[in-house]
Design a protein around this ligand. Structure first.
Ligand code: TPP
Ligand code: DXP
Ligand code: MG
Length: 592
């Protein structure tokens, strides 16, 4: 395999100078480059392998960056990045101070729109197309590449519905590989499956749907066919829709065979695709698995329990409940708004719904939380996985706003377990006769306890707990920050520091806070979330309301977006690392 052919392609302009006959060879080289680098540097693999030919054909036929190309989600854009001047630094993908794992405007003129959350590409590309018309740039093309799971999301339909009544020079390319991270779901999936079965490449029939001129399905791995159909598209005005059939993981047999695992497989052998296993024996379980396994345990004894996930059965580990109780666990596709209001509807009928949504993706359903759940006091349980810094996915995926964006909503309980046993007991508590909505936030990755499966204990709503007595400085941590705080305190040889796991952001344990504020001279609050309106703000509000004049230091994320990197690097940048907490405590001690 001659990877050297890529060395002469530092932009799509270089690509377009080559004869079309070279593109097949370039596809093979690009595919191998992606496999080789992701095998060691990790990242999203399957989606990028599935669009190698599509990427090359798009940049070959359309005059990027003048023609505007928008990738939906953007996890499939590794080939795009490599062909647009980032081959040489692609090894820094998803690393601190490296390139982002998703298209990002400030990174390249070819990254026309920042993505990461799904289903935004049609709206963004349509916006660009209407803007081009307003500027008189009628010859400019605007292309949105959307996956079959992403196009099933409400926002994608909103974009299609609007585009259909415009004269926008918009091409929507549906990259249909019949899978999201997990198998795609829903009626649209069934409809698309029919179109896939026995489709004959090259047979592109033009029909109208939603005022779009619809073409396809065509073979997304046939470069010559793609060049032909894109050239055809360029001649047609107005909104166009091309249905492309691809295989996620194309070109790496194991990735084609296990498309769920190879969405983001970790390290693997590039030549065989064989995963490089790492020994998890003796490691604590992932929080998501504690959630998933505990929910099954609770559902066995409570037939009112239902589980909901918007397209993340594997990521959230709701898959365990889907396997154990398929009639009571639902993957609704990439549809967070629907997931929340569906849960609310079920709750009106007496069911206890555990709606498992990554913290960052719940942002997509904010009004549904307020309007459909909280106002009606419906006891939905929001299981907010990936709460806090998540690492390599970066700013679009950190779950760092949920405390702030939920805390201002009346009727909602917000809890954050400090370890897996606490998560387990909060889940148990939530399915008792709770009459209000409750959010339970927990981080990405592994917990800290091996022996988390202790007998269930009900936790009193709003009740905090003292982890360490000490009368001068009170460290108030929420959730997983208890671990960082405890380690920092352990390093400081003094008995003057008290540590309290506050457990609940709302309602606060005001009885305990009054005791603490009457006894301690200084306070540090610590949260894996934004300080702006977060847990620390709640403590400041409490102190102000009761006229406590204490020194209070709030540790948490600053009012800026934190980019990608590993968790330790990012906690240092966000000043919630063990070392930084220790420094802050020592500084307070010295100034008592
Ligand atoms: C709003 C939102 N919800 C969930 C996700 C998580 N997610 C990332 S990729 C993906 C599946 C996308 O499937 P598809 O659109 O078919 O693209 P493919 O991976 O098949 O190329 C999901 C659910 C997300 N990025 N954004
Ligand atoms: C691209 C995307 O949005 C998902 O693949 C996300 O990266 C999953 O995150 P986890 O790896 O934390 O499940
Ligand atoms: Mg797909």
């Amino acid at each position: 395999m001659n990877l050297k052919i890529l060395e002469d392609i530092n932009s799509p302009e270089d690509l377009r100078k080559l004869p079309a006959e070279k593109l097949q060879e370039i596809s093979a080289a690009l595919r191998k480059f992606i496999i080789d680098i992701v095998a060691t540097k990790e990242g999203h693999l399957g989606a990028s392998l599935g669009v190698v030919e599509l990427t090359i054909a798009l940049h070959y036929v359309f005059n990027t960056p003048q023609d505007l190309l928008v990738w939906d989600v953007g996890h499939q854009a590794y080939g795009h990045k490599i062909l647009t001047g980032r081959r040489e630094n692609f090894h820094t993908n998803r690393r601190l101070n490296g390139i982002s794992g998703f298209p990002k405007r400030e990174e390249s003129e070819y990254d026309t729109f920042g993505v990461g959350h799904s289903s935004t590409a049609i709206s963004a590309a349509l916006g660009m197309a209407i803007a081009s018309n307003l500027k008189g740039e009628f010859k400019k093309h605007h292309i949105a590449v959307v996956g079959d799971a992403s196009i099933a999301s409400g926002m994608a339909f909103e974009g299609l519905n609007h585009a259909g009544v415009t004269k926008a020079n918009l091409l929507v390319v549906l990259n249909d590989n019949a899978i999201g991270i997990d198998p795609s779901v829903g009626a649209l999936k069934q409809y698309l499956t029919k179109a896939r079965v026995g489709f004959k490449p090259k047979q592109s029939n033009i029909i109208e749907a939603l005022n779009f001129k619809y073409f396809g399905p065509v073979d997304g791995h046939d470069i010559a066919g793609l060049l032909e159909v894109f050239e055809q598209m360029k001649q047609i005005e107005g909104p166009k829709f091309l249905h492309v059939i691809t295989i996620k993981g194309k070109g790496l047999k194991k990735a084609e065979e296990d498309q769920v695992k190879y969405h983001a497989p970790g390290k693997f052998k590039p030549d065989t695709g064989e995963l490089l296993p790492y020994d998890t024996a003796g490691l604590p379980l992932k929080y998501q698995d504690v959630f998933g396994l505990t929910l099954v345990e609770l559902a066995k004894n409570n037939e009112k329990i239902i589980g909901i996930t918007p397209a993340m059965p594997t990521g959230s580990s709701l898959k365990f409940m889907m396997q154990a109780f398929p009639e009571r666990a639902f993957d609704v596709g990439i549809a967070e708004q629907h997931a929340v209001t569906l849960s609310a509807g079920m709750a009106t009928q007496g069911f206890k719904v555990f709606c498992a949504i990554y913290s960052t993706f719940l942002q997509r359903a904010y009004d549904q939380v307020i309007h459909d759940v909280a106002i009606q006091k419906l006891p939905v349980v929001f299981c907010l996985d990936r709460a806090g810094l998540v690492g390599e996915d970066g700013a679009t995926h950190h779950g760092v706003f949920d405390i702030a964006y939920l805390r201002c909503i009346p009727n909602i309980i917000i809890a954050a377990p400090s370890d897996e046993t606490e998560l387990r007991n909060l889940l148990y508590t939530a399915q008792l006769d709770l009459k209000l909505p409750m959010a339970i936030r927990y981080p990405r990755g592994r917990g800290v306890k091996i022996d988390w499966e202790t007998p269930f204990e009900e936790i009193e709503i709003g009740k905090a707990r003292c982890l360490k007595e000490g009368d001068e400085i009170a460290v108030l941590s929420i959730g997983n920050m208890a671990q960082n705080a405890a380690e920092a305190i352990k390093n400081i040889k003094t008995e003057k520091i008290g540590h309290f796991d506050m457990r609940f952001v709302k309602p606060l344990d005001e009885e305990l806070l009054h005791i603490i504020f009457k006894k301690h001279k200084a306070f540090i609050t610590i949260e894996d979330g934004t300080v702006t309106g977060g847990f620390g703000s709640a403590i400041l509000e409490f102190a102000a309301k009761h006229d406590y004049k204490a020194k209070i230091k709030n540790l948490g994320l600053p009012d800026e977006f934190i980019e990608q990197g590993n968790i330790n690097e990012l906690q240092e940048i966000a000043k919630i690392s063990v070392e930084y907490i220790e420094e802050e405590i020592v500084s307070l001690l010295q100034n008592l």
